[in-house]
Design a protein around this ligand. Structure first.
Ligand code: NAP
Ligand code: MG
Length: 497
């Protein structure tokens, strides 16, 4: 046992409520549900379950508050975000503990994620000051310039895997350029959305500019994307739900920004630095219990080093500590739910049926008290995975790696692109000419060379089923604004082009 208080499960005494117009509220229906600790299966807290009336109240509050917020100087909005970042760092342990409890992730990692959230707030504060307005060329009789106006109310719908970092991906940017936001967090991780609202309020965000409606995606989420006063839908989640959301938003002529699933290729050539490959590749498919969209879950390996790399990865995977998220030294905590565990188990059974071999893992580790009923899974590596099999094609969202050998560069590229996704990819080689050549060929929004899952903040798109809308940089913020052209006649006849 450690005496460090961070390794103690926090007690959550109050129910997680909705946050509308700066007030904590119960749902209009009075309905509540219970959120669970996935590492013990025990209940944590009661949570309000919002529905269409709550969504309507939240959107109305956002609409009322937005013009006043947009009327502030840009520097004032930036100051609120930077102050929120400071408070997030100050409260990182407390909020990280809440996140670890709600999501089953190791508490040290959860705390780091809150600190990273603070940095992302500062990033968007900086980037928002780089928004471009332009002066169009005209003759001497006119002045034509653009204005970038906020859209109004933006709906943000997020998944449960990195709750705080998902909020940070879009909310600070949306606020920085003068929008108001209604957030529908994942029902499995409701707790820290309220922390975020509190932090922003303490930092000086006026009531109503950020609202939180807890509830089910199919009810509260659906009502939000259908609401006529929502101008844009920002969604992170699965490709299937993303398609439905895009269709509904399309009917309402709303903008959409979709960050969806992935099955990223991690391509290793024989000349790569294998020490670096082993540690980064292991991290990529096991961090957050493998529940990340950018996981490098297809390891494509040049055949001559296949056996050696697999052996080294197996040995390294077996060193990973799976256990109580609140124990010091834990590297992998619990999967998000018993249902997610069952889904991972089904993928593993399917892979075995399709002829692949688990060289490590492939089962549930036994974890001691208080985690006997938790949803834990061992890091699992499959070799002999056919490129047409389910394990090579579908996102497992658990710590499961598919290893596939290749003969040459052409086959590596063909395998890397043989997927319905295109979120990211990685190339490991000492030959930088080859790396640059292949980086052009890989159909993914982000391509890493001799690294994977690093902090790439450069603006990027996605390919195929991994989403739409530029992520990162001022391009992402500009998509949350409306461009207006103003033409001023400076005298004389009507100006022409
Ligand atoms: P999900 O089932 O798509 O849910 C994501 C969010 O959408 C949740 O808040 C969910 O509500 C809500 N939702 C579900 N149906 C909806 C509907 N009809 N209308 C409006 N909202 C709806 O995804 P998940 O299982 O939570 O997360 C895992 C998936 O997310 C994976 O595919 C992963 O790759 C992807 N992901 C992508 C990224 C990225 O950056 N590309 C990051 C993280 C995760 P509930 O709370 O009721 O489920
Ligand atoms: Mg939970």
């Amino acid at each position: 046992m450690s005496s460090d208080p961070r390794y103690t499960r926090p007690s959550v005494d109050s129910a997680a409520q909705l946050y509308v117009g700066g007030e904590r509220l119960e749902a209009v229906s009075g309905e509540r549900t219970t959120t669970l600790d996935p590492s013990t299966g025990e209940p944590i807290a009661e949570v309000a379950v919002g529905g269409p009336s709550d969504v309507a109240a939240a959107v109305a509050a956002a609409r009322r508050a937005q013009p006043g917020w947009a009327g502030r100087e840009a520097g004032e909005r930036v100051a609120v975000l930077n102050e929120a970042a400071r408070i997030l760092r100050e409260r990182a342990v407390e909020i990280g503990q809440l996140e670890a409890l709600d999501a089953g992730k190791p508490v040290d990692q959860a705390i780091e994620q809150v600190e990273a959230t603070a940095s992302v707030f500062e990033y968007w504060a900086r980037v928002s000051l780089e928004i471009r307005e332009t002066l169009a060329p005209t003759g001497p009789r006119a002045l034509n310039y653009t204005l970038r106006e906020p859209l109004g109310v933006i709906a943000v719908i997020t998944p449960w895997n990195y709750p705080m970092l998902e909020y940070a991906e879009s909310i600070p940017g949306a606020l920085a350029v003068g929008n108001a936001v209604v957030l529908k967090p994942a029902a499995l991780t409701p707790l820290t959305a309220l922390s975020l609202a509190e932090v922003l309020s303490e930092a000086g965000l006026p009531p109503g500019v950020l609202n939180v409606v807890q509830g089910a995606g199919s009810v509260a989420g659906q009502a939000l994307i259908e609401h006529p006063d929502v101008e844009m839908v920002v969604f992170t989640g699965s490709t299937g739900v993303g398609r439905q959301i895009a269709a509904t938003a399309g009917q309402g002529l709303k903008r959409t920004w979709l960050e969806l699933g992935g099955k990223s290729a991690n391509v290793v050539f024989a000349d790569a630095d294998l020490d670096a490959v082993v540690s980064a590749s292991l991290f990529s498919f096991t961090v957050n219990q493998g529940q990340l969209c950018t996981a490098g879950t297809r390891l494509l390996v040049e055949r001559s080093i296949h056996d050696e790399l697999c052996e080294r990865l197996r040995a390294a995977a077996e060193e990973l500590v799976v256990g109580d998220p609140f124990a010091p030294g834990t590297q992998l905590g619990a999967l998000i739910s018993a249902a997610q565990l069952a889904s991972v188990e089904a993928y593993v059974e399917g892979a075995r049926r399709e002829g692949a071999t688990a060289i490590t893992g492939g089962d549930r580790p036994a974890i001691g008290a208080p985690c006997e009923q938790g949803s834990f899974y061992a890091p699992t590596i499959f070799t002999g995975v056919g490129p047409e099999t389910t394990l090579a094609r579908e996102e497992v969202f658990g710590p499961v790696l598919a290893v596939i050998p290749f003969e040459d560069e052409a086959e590596a590229l063909a395998l890397a692109n043989d997927t319905e996704y295109g979120l990211n990819g990685a190339l490991w080689t000492a030959d930088l000419t080859r790396a640059h050549r292949l980086a052009r060929g890989v159909e993914a929004g982000t391509v890493y060379v001799n690294t994977i899952n690093g902090g790439a903040s450069a603006p990027h798109d996605r390919y195929k089923g991994s989403g739409m809308g530029i992520a990162g940089g001022r391009e992402q913020l500009e998509a949350m604004t409306r461009l207006k052209s103003v033409l001023v006649n400076l005298g004389g006849p009507t100006p022409s082009l």
